[in-house]
Write a new protein. Structure first.
Length: 352
């Protein structure tokens, strides 16, 4: 039997989903969380980390994965001020390692985290879901405050955004690669010494948004990323929904390839329905509800004896639940059960 380290994203005491309810999901192993009240680029205190750890462990769950330790924009932009923020980042790795954290998820997306055009699209079954409609995005201007999504840094004012866009207009994808390499060469030795595996999250969606450069997008680019610092501590958060929203990505192949290499430290598993114009809708995890074959994804992980962490990603809002769009309890719990059901079946089939 291959142990599946099932985890669940939790946004702390302010999260409408109670941590004790997460514990009630069968086979749930770990909480995926972060410190949310410290400005990006600053050091997380051991006091705040240990307090969060105590809360998680008191609920009977493990404190193994942090998502995310945000990367300051000055690091992505390659400004001279980046070194002080990188030193702070190193200290966060050290502090989290002392608290027993095994994996840190982060991203290198300029300005915006994941992007959707609507948070509450009503689907045929009456549930609501996050969607990305290309025609809606094309008409949006983030500099006018027309976009606000959970998980984004809400501290940006319109003036801040305009200033950031001006700064990013002066760099291209190759510059972003150079700045990412600089960052990795600084932090990975610290991660190795702290026994904390770094796991970059792909760009969501995997193409340029509002003219900003994006590079963690395709198999070719993931290969390039892993070679920047060829260490097992430099790995991936492989998000099926993020990479899978590009029809040019073969998700099953990518999961198979990178799990065989031992470079996937964290899996985000969700399904999406691809539309003809490059748009997509998030769906239930069940394979037939979307365009991704979740069974084949799990088979690839199982075949390669994947021993990293996995969480059901964004879910629909179902059964009248209200809360943080994409991060309700019910549909993600259903996803967790679907995923563990596939895993248990694979365990039993391979015994015979």
């Amino acid at each position: 039997m291959i142990n599946l380290k099932l985890s669940f994203r939790w946004y702390g005491e302010e999260d409408p989903v109670k941590i004790e309810y997460i514990k009630q999901i069968p086979s749930m192993d770990s909480i995926v969380t972060a410190i949310y009240d410290v400005p990006v680029g600053e050091v997380w205190s051991m006091e705040s980390i240990n307090k969060l750890k105590e809360t998680v462990e008191k609920a009977g769950l493990n404190f193994d994965v942090i998502e995310s330790v945000p990367v300051h924009e000055d690091i992505k932009l390659g400004f001279s001020s980046r070194d002080k923020y990188i030193e702070n980042y190193k200290q966060n790795i050290i502090n989290l390692g002392k608290a027993g954290v095994k994996v840190i998820c982060y991203n290198f997306m300029p300005v915006f985290d994941w992007t959707r055009s609507q948070l509450d699209k009503k689907l045929e079954d009456g549930s609501t879901a996050l969607v990305y409609y290309k025609d809606q995005i094309d008409k949006m201007d983030p500099l006018k405050g027309e976009l606000s999504l959970p998980g984004w840094d809400s501290s940006y004012t319109k003036e801040d955004l305009k200033d950031l866009f001006d700064k990013y207009s002066k760099i291209d994808e190759e510059d972003l690669w150079t700045n990412l390499e600089y960052f990795l060469k600084e932090i990975i030795p610290v991660a190795e010494a702290s026994n904390v595996k770094m796991a970059i999250h792909p760009d969501d969606p995997p193409w340029s948004i509002f003219g900003l450069p994006r590079i963690i997008t395709t198999e070719e680019n993931l290969d390039r990323f892993l070679k920047l610092v060829d260490s097992e501590y430099n790995g991936l958060t492989l998000c099926t929904g993020s990479l899978g929203s590009g029809s040019f990505n073969d998700i099953v192949r990518m999961v198979d390839k990178y799990s065989a290499q031992g470079r996937i430290h964290f899996m985000h598993v969700r399904n999406i329905k691809l539309l003809d114009d490059g748009s997509f809708e998030e769906s239930a995890h069940y394979s037939s509800c979307g365009s991704l074959n979740i069974v084949e994804i799990m088979k690839a992980l199982h075949k390669n004896k994947f021993d990293g962490y996995l969480r059901p990603d964004h879910g629909r809002m179902i059964w009248g639940e209200t809360g943080k769009p994409g991060y309700g309890l019910y549909d993600r719990a259903l996803g967790a059960m679907y995923i563990t059901g596939i895993w248990e079946t694979l365990d039993n089939v391979n015994k015979e």
